[in-house]
Design a protein around this ligand. Structure first.
Ligand SMILES: Cc1cc2nc3c(=O)[nH]c(=O)nc-3n(C[C@H](O)[C@H](O)[C@H](O)COP(=O)(O)OP(=O)(O)OC[C@H]3O[C@@H](n4cnc5c(N)ncnc54)[C@H](O)[C@@H]3O)c2cc1C
Length: 418
């Protein structure tokens, strides 16, 4: 195992820190990643994975930039495993985008489950033991604490953790998904909800993921030796029928030659690559919607990263367009933002597109409020999403076949150097 990539990572919520991590990871994106990515060596050694997810989830770095940088050094055939993982994020987002009810049903079921933890003593004590890391299952307790303290878990640990939560501890999966959303720096509606559904056997009906003690022992390099795992459970069942995929609504075209407010949310903190057409930015706002992730309190690591990402985007926007940024959060944000736009003389509010999840409904409410005030509201999509999401109609396998073409469409040389 290589020692050359930084073992411990400082998760600075800046675009520069994300780009630096990407640069240092690229030499390891081929062989090291392919052969070692499934090992969770613990928080003191993240040298075998990219750990880019907090940056890419906030789009302080984009999926396109990650693929472009890797393709500078490698052929797609050498780094296929890593590139496919990056495309999992794109796939999940596209899949949820076309089935918005999966998110709204999750929110409803979670609320009911949270209420049951208040009224049912057994459920409450099981839930509290799990989130406090007091179950007596060595690896699970360590990951619960690691998540709260650091805001990051390795992918394999997330799979084992979710599986033990569902099948050994017999806790409601939506509560586990909520625990992740509250604490992960990369908390993402699509990747999180759909991965929990996948582990439980709800996403690919009847196919679930069972954590096995021997597998955990091996892939944690002997750090854990869990006892008492339920390795025989059957998949979860529900009677939820997915909607037929609904193609996303067309975007409002950009107006021409207007004064505009640029609005930045946690969903996309790199405005530099977006085209604002002939419009002139006269005002800059950030909107922190992270409280919407859960009815419960968001953990420190997660909320610090999001606040930092928005501050970093705001600083860069001020440097580019001049002026100051106003930060919005909380209950009156929508009213206050529309007023701010109006007072600044903005005829239009432009924001990078916000995908399905907790930020979608507030964005739609803001759009309605702007229209009421005679201000045009536009969300700017990224080509990467528009092109890829339309293929997320079925499972990942057919989607995966589109990756070479999607990479070519993005202008990459996929035959590459080595
Ligand atoms: C139960 C569960 C919950 C999850 N919740 C989230 C979440 O809320 N937010 C989130 O970003 N990811 C989530 N994931 C996906 C995945 O675990 C993380 O994206 C990954 O561990 C991030 O670490 P990394 O950047 O070191 O990944 P690497 O292994 O270095 O992968 C590179 C990039 O590919 C993407 N990626 C890798 N694996 C996946 C995957 N399985 N699904 C989607 N994208 C992937 C990420 O953008 C990642 O940064 C979840 C997975 C599971 C099993």
């Amino acid at each position: 195992m290589t020692d050359l990539l930084t073992r411990t990572i400082k998760f600075d919520a800046t675009r520069k820190a994300g780009l630096d991590r990407l640069d240092s990871f690229v030499p390891f994106a081929a062989t090291t990643y392919r052969t070692e990515r499934n090992f969770d060596y613990g928080p003191a050694n993240r040298s075998n994975v990219s750990a880019l997810s907090p940056w890419v989830r906030h789009r302080l770095l984009t999926e396109q930039e990650i693929c472009a940088r890797v393709m500078q050094d490698f052929a797609l055939s050498s780094t296929e495993k890593f590139i496919q993982e990056v495309f999992w994020r794109t796939y999940w987002k596209g899949w949820l985008e076309m089935r918005p009810s999966v998110w709204s049903v999750y929110e409803t079921v979670r609320m009911k489950a949270l209420k049951r933890t208040q009224t049912n003593g057994n459920m409450r004590s099981g839930y509290n033991a799990a989130i406090e890391g007091n179950t007596g299952i060595d690896c699970f307790d360590a990951w619960a604490k690691e998540l709260v303290e650091t805001g990051y878990l390795h992918n394999h640990a997330r799979m084992w953790f979710a599986s033990i939560w569902i099948f050994t501890l017999r806790l409601d999966w939506t509560l586990g998904a909520d625990f992740f959303l509250r604490h992960l720096m990369d908390a993402d509606a699509a990747s999180n909800t759909l991965s929990w559904r996948w582990v439980g056997g709800l996403q690919t009906k009847g196919k679930h993921y069972l954590a096995r003690a021997s597998n955990i022992h091996k892939f944690t390099d002997g750090r854990f030796n869990p006892q008492g795992l339920n390795e025989k459970a059957g998949p979860l069942e529900d009677d939820f029928a997915f909607d037929q995929p609904v193609p996303p609504k067309p975007h409002t075209p950009l107006p021409l030659g207007k004064k505009a407010m640029l609005l930045i949310t946690e969903d996309d903190c790199t405005f530099e690559q977006l085209s604002f057409g002939t419009n002139e930015i006269c005002s800059i706002a950030t909107w922190n919607l992270s409280d919407g992730r859960s009815p419960l309190k968001i953990g420190n690591a997660a909320s610090d990263f999001t606040r930092g990402a928005l501050t970093n985007a705001a600083n860069r926007a001020c440097e580019k367009f001049g002026g100051n940024t106003t930060s919005f959060t909380g209950n009156n944000a929508i009213e206050n933002m529309a007023t701010e736009a109006y007072d600044a003389g903005a005829e239009c509010v432009m924001a990078p597109f916000t995908a399905q999840g907790w930020a979608r409904a507030p964005m739609s409410q803001l759009a309605a409020k702007c229209t009421e005030r005679g201000i045009v509201f536009c969300e700017i999509p990224r080509d990467w999403d528009t092109q890829a999401w339309s293929h997320a109609t079925k499972g990942f396998f057919p989607f995966k076949k589109q990756i070479p073409q999607l990479m070519l469409n993005a202008g990459f040389d996929i035959k590459g150097k080595r």
